[in-house]
Write a protein that binds this ligand. Structure first.
Ligand code: BES
Ligand code: ZN
Ligand code: ZN
Length: 515
């Protein structure tokens, strides 16, 4: 999709479809809806007046109204998209509504559309203080770009309905406002581009996206974006004594990939500055291994590399946004298979850190590859760690598919991350991983076990296991099992890979006050 930003009166733009936002300005709880357009254009207001007065359109969240041949407008169609109540409006509403506009255009075969930048001063009272220019422009572009993605690349009769041109149109405004909108627009393109890259990786089937192929795609992305990338395999795992990672990898005919991506800012930060370590679970297919999963729904386990894909996507955005902080990503990729050579329940393996692990269940493989990934990231100099993984079904049981799990051993680092969420619009809910849970993973014969003795608190057990390998380093763990794949389409998103965590991780990195 080619996306452009123009400053002109939206009513004078000749496009197949012009989308415009509306809010419900009613304030009392049970008051009837009062839709109001976020435009100062009299022509547009006039064209829509009769329909708005009819009461059919209530400006509810992502509600749409399509008008053909709107009087006085150069556009062939006017699409009004509701943002919901003005009182509770935030930038995530704009992100979704922009997506809704794109997903209205696609099935109609419209290949280009324009979205009018919401004009808050169109309303007489100060309803919209939650919509700063930069973040609004960024969210609008993100929403539109993310909505253009469809996971149907392998259908041979696929009709490519992707949008060719998206125009963001803002009324000619003051120079400083223009600069803010322009910056938000550019950042939105970078963030959504990275998130869509992540989604395209997660969408790939396991037979195509093997660990080796994931390494190749990461390396190609790094070459395009000026990032340093090393892709290692079996020999390096042995050299580094990554016994936990290797235990998982050895049951597959596909060799593992240890991918290390490094971003260094142009002006080297002072020694002692933070170095961020991004660690991703990259299981390109999880059969469960010898503790094999039931057949029902197993095909979904191709997305067990969504954490890895999120980290690779985040690195792509970082390379383009260029914050003044060093970031290292360590991706541990393998296939979890049952085989004559596979690891077994009862085995004891030694992680790179030297800790011994009794294997109870070979389906709890993600924490094993991450154990070595986290330790290695520290060894490479990371002062702060963040990992993302489709780690546990238990996290989905606990939080459903709306919030992903968030765990941390450090209040300041966690606060930092939670602040980033208000900008990214992603939802993570913190769960505990305090030391009183440590007994859950005590083993009779080794230092720890790879699962808890019971199934209760399974997401926490997994986090406690990871915590063993981060030591005192401030750390965030994101369990994205329930949020990496959308089961039901939304008005603003197709079903399929979501690319969760990319935007929040990038925002967190930038919030280190340096970019
Ligand atoms: N990849 C799965 C977790 C998962 C489950 C991701 C559902 C997405 C949706 C993970 O490797 C796994 O199998 N975990 C086990 C752990 C158990 C054996 C302690 C689980 O959650 O059942
Ligand atoms: Zn598993
Ligand atoms: Zn898994």
């Amino acid at each position: 999709m080619h996306t452009e930003l123009v400053f002109q009166d939206p009513s004078s733009l000749a496009v197949p479809l012009l989308a415009i936002f509306a809010v419900d300005i009613a304030t009392a709880k049970d008051a009837p809806p009062m839709p109001a357009l976020l435009t100062t254009s009299d022509v547009i207001s006039k064209a829509a007046a009769r329909f708005l007065a009819s009461g059919e359109f209530k400006a509810g969240s992502n509600e749409t109204l399509l008008l053909h041949a709107p009087a006085g407008l150069k556009a062939e169609r006017l699409l009004i998209v509701g943002l919901g109540r003005a009182k509770s409006l935030d930038i995530d509403d704009v992100r979704k509504a922009a997506g809704t506009a794109v997903r209205c255009a696609k099935p109609r075969g419209l290949r280009s559309l324009a979205i009018a930048f919401p004009e808050d001063h169109a309303l007489s009272d100060e309803h919209l203080e939650n919509l700063p220019y930069l973040l609004t422009a960024r969210a609008l572009v993100e929403g539109a770009e993310l909505a253009d993605f469809d996971p149907d690349t392998y259908q041979s009769d696929r009709k490519d309905k992707s949008i060719q041109t998206l125009t963001v149109v803002a009324k000619d405004v003051e120079k400083t406002t223009k600069a803010e909108i322009q910056q938000g627009f550019e950042e939105g393109l970078i963030l959504a581009g990275a998130q869509n890259f992540t989604r395209s990786l997660v969408n790939e089937p396991g037979n195509i996206l093997t660990p080796t192929e994931l390494g190749k795609r990461a390396a190609a992305m790094c070459a395009e974006n000026g990032l340093k990338c090393e892709v290692h395999s079996t020999a390096k795992l042995h050299e580094l004594k990554m016994g936990a990672f290797w235990a998982v990898a050895k049951g597959s005919a596909e060799p593992p990939a240890l991918i290390v991506i490094t971003y260094e800012p142009a002006n080297l930060p002072a020694t002692g500055s933070p170095v961020l370590g991004l660690v991703g679970k990259g299981i390109t297919f999880d059969t469960g291994g010898i503790s094999i999963k039931p057949a029902d729904g197993m095909e979904k386990m191709k997305y067990d590399m969504a954490g890895a894909a999120a980290m690779i996507g985040a690195m792509r955005a970082i390379a383009q946004l260029k914050p003044a902080i060093k970031v290292i990503s360590v991706v541990c990729s393998a296939e979890n298979m049952p085989d004559g050579k596979a690891y077994k329940p009862g085995d004891v393996v030694t992680a790179m850190s030297g800790k011994t692990i009794e294997i109870i269940n070979t389906d709890a493989e993600g924490r094993l590859v991450l154990a070595d990934g986290l330790h290695y990231a520290k060894q490479l100099g990371a002062t702060h760690l963040i990992d993302a993984a489709t780690l546990t079904g238990a996290c989905v049981v606990a939080l459903g598919m709306i919030n992903a799990g968030l765990f941390s051993n450090d209040e300041a680092t966690c606060d930092h991350f939670q602040k980033a969420l208000s900008t990214s619009g992603e939802k993570f809910w913190r769960l505990p991983c305090t030391d009183d849970y440590r007994d859950l993973i005590k083993s009779q014969i080794a230092d720890i076990m790879n699962t808890g003795g019971s199934r209760w608190g399974g997401a926490i057990t997994a986090a406690m296991f990871l915590k063993e390998f981060v030591g005192d380093t401030p750390w965030i763990h994101l369990d994205i099992a329930g949020c990496a794949w959308l089961e039901e389409q939304k008005p603003w998103l197709p079903k399929g890979p979501t690319g969760i965590a990319v935007r929040s991780i990038v925002e967190w990195i930038r919030s280190f006050g340096v970019g």
